[in-house]
Write a protein that binds this ligand. Sequence first.
Ligand SMILES: Cc1cc2nc3c(=O)[nH]c(=O)nc-3n(C[C@H](O)[C@H](O)[C@H](O)COP(=O)(O)OP(=O)(O)OC[C@H]3O[C@@H](n4cnc5c(N)ncnc54)[C@H](O)[C@@H]3O)c2cc1C
Length: 793
Amino acid sequence: MTTQLDGAVPVAEATDRLVAVARATTPGAAHAHHLNAAGAALPSAAVLETVLDHLRLEARIGGYEAAEAARPRAEQAYGLAGRLIGGRAEDVAFTESATVAWHRAIDGLRLGPGDRVVATSSTYVSSALHLFELRRRYGVVVEVIGTDETGAVDLDALRAALRTPAALVTAAHVPTSSGLIEPAAAIGELARAAGVPYLLDATQSLGQLPVDVTEIGCAMLVGTGRKFLRGPRGTGLLWVDPVLGAELRPPAPDVRGAKWTADDEYGLVPGARRFETWEHSHALRLGLTAALEELHATGVEATHRHIAALGDQLRDALAAVPGVRVVDPPAAGGGIVTFVRDGEAPARTARALRVAGLHVVSVPAAHGQWDLGRRGLPGVVRASVHVYNDSDDIAALADALSPRGGARSVVAAAVPGERPVSAPALLSEHVDTIVIGAGVHGSSAAWQLAARGDRVLHLEQFEAGHGRGSSHGPTRMIRRAYPSPVWDELVDRAYQAWTALEAESGRALVTRTGGLYARPAGGAGGLRGPNCTVVDAARAAEIFPGLALGEEYVAVHDPDAGVIDAAGALAALAELGRGYGVRRHDGTPALDWAPDGDGVVVRTPHGALRAARLVVCAGPWTGSLIPAFADVLRVIRIVNIHVGSSVTSTLAPPALGSFSVDVPDVGLLYGIPAIGGRAVKIGLDLGPDDDPADVPGPVTETERATLRALAARFLPTADGGVVEDLACRYTMAPNNRFAVGPLPETPQVLVAAACSGHGFKFGPAIGAALADLAYGLPRPDLDFLDPARMLGR
Ligand SMILES: Cc1cc2nc3c(=O)[nH]c(=O)nc-3n(C[C@H](O)[C@H](O)[C@H](O)COP(=O)(O)OP(=O)(O)OC[C@H]3O[C@@H](n4cnc5c(N)ncnc54)[C@H](O)[C@@H]3O)c2cc1C
């Protein structure tokens, strides 16, 4: 039975056409099953081009000139947004986000001691945090209204709460943590009856549900551009009822929202623009304009209808999957569905689905304590649909979650040490990039490229955790002290990249211990760097009493130096890569590769693979995979020993940090303090040539004795035995440099031969650099490491 609603076209047919057009004009829709509109929806090609076109215009004629040229179109956004919510253009203001809009609205109310804010349980995390701060700073009273049996706000409780004077009622139309749809208009009725301003957070409803400020009866409304409006990230809006708006004063007016009229006088501009700031991204604002134009052209009603119908389909499909529980409250609807899979943490489910090409998110209780916390849910998985989604996406999600589905097995196969995925699965992979090598550089590159949307296949010839390359072992040193300023920017980026990796992985990977880098006094060269100072032996002994330098030495003190948890870093990189869908195949060597048109073919024992791009991070095997490097790079054997002590504290921070000593006629001794339950580690920065085809032999007695003698000389309290040792490899390049970038003849092949005994600290930064270069982003700071330069091209 098809109902005739859109003129002559049956609804089903109209919907099919709507989805077909949306998929055809949404570049990301072809990439994965994107079910995260409630996070950030996929923008259309038109929105993308609008943003890029304006950025190009700014680059061509200048930012101010471009803004002037684009003003007529940008101005249309006010009317388009007004039309969408049933408000006037002059009552709309644009901001960087819904949260910023929320802050400006509520701060404009100038709440004070004892002012009551009545909030629903659906209130968004950042709004609740702001209320807590207003309570702490100004003594504002925050009251949260419970829910009724449907999970929506308990209107009777709200009515009762409003019998006592309140300064504000606030609700999220749809929370971030479930598909609940609050009775926005009923809340409005109660607020109006009580004469209390009502701030509606329509972040999750604008673009998916009908929102009309008059029907709802709110006095302020906030929303974001990136979710169901399908605009760019970094856009938001605020609507303010004109009567209330005339009374509100933004806490920090700027030249956009106010006029400096005389020496000691100023006036606020009329309307909601008083809440805007002058400086903003015009490109993003125009992108939002394009998104609003498209929504109106597509049809607000048709969009709502499709999302609601598909949301119902999704709810039913998930409820039918064994072991999956839809946990939305009864009053849910629309395009957001939350669920859990029995016995699995939501974050793990979401990561597993990502691996299977299904983009959803997990929402922890920390993002909705008044909702998930009160419902006893530690977290949920949230799937959300939009116009570019259809039944295939729903079926793929249900299938992946089903006991026979992909979402469990893929994760299992990708866990280090588990049985690798079968050859047929490998050869059936469609990928953008193949990364060779799972040392610190390859693992960083795989993560970074996948995080930018690449489908990445990651090949490692040995099992995870093997000891045949250069990245194994517990620790590595990080330092700012470097021989020449040409390294400074990359070192800076290295520190930032470790901070980013720690943040994203939730692991502490870098311990700052400070560092001393010693050389004979009067000797040439030596290290230098930001915040680094040269100290004499006496001062060095004060800094690190555990290190005994004779008076003949001076040292560079680097307060930023420290120790990297190398094993933890490799695990974090592998986990993050997996989370972004990297398909890692351990025990799968790349036999060789060849350019193939503008792509590349890589041969493996299981057959040939094709990709648009190849990233070679093969460490000691770089020369065998890229013959041009065979005569340029030299692989040497390096050994480390950990020496026990009767007084470990004398060899641990703060008594000892990272260090090196340039010992005449011996070489560069370097060391890592006793840390993380391990004894002090030392090594020499030199060794015999080594063939990576061979398994590294165990550390010999002679090697141990050499290092022990040096320990006795420079670490007097390292009086214990050798408690641990390790054989490893450096890949030495001329001038201890790296080669990072595209190969001169085949730009679709990128290489990172970044060792020379000091590459680990750069791992995450080099991963990001390779992704930048792969995406055509200019990186002049890497020119000194251009492979062509190392190859003399
Ligand atoms: C003992 C020691 C101490 C060090 N100390 C420091 C320090 O304190 N600070 C610092 O910054 N740096 C230090 N380094 C250097 C640093 O560890 C290396 O520069 C870095 O680990 C190099 O990483 P990589 O990814 O390039 O190479 P690797 O870790 O060797 O990774 C290359 C990977 O590629 C794989 N591979 C190769 N060929 C193929 C193929 N054909 N198919 C599939 N897979 C393949 C290999 O199996 C290997 O896993 C030290 C190195 C050693 C050995």
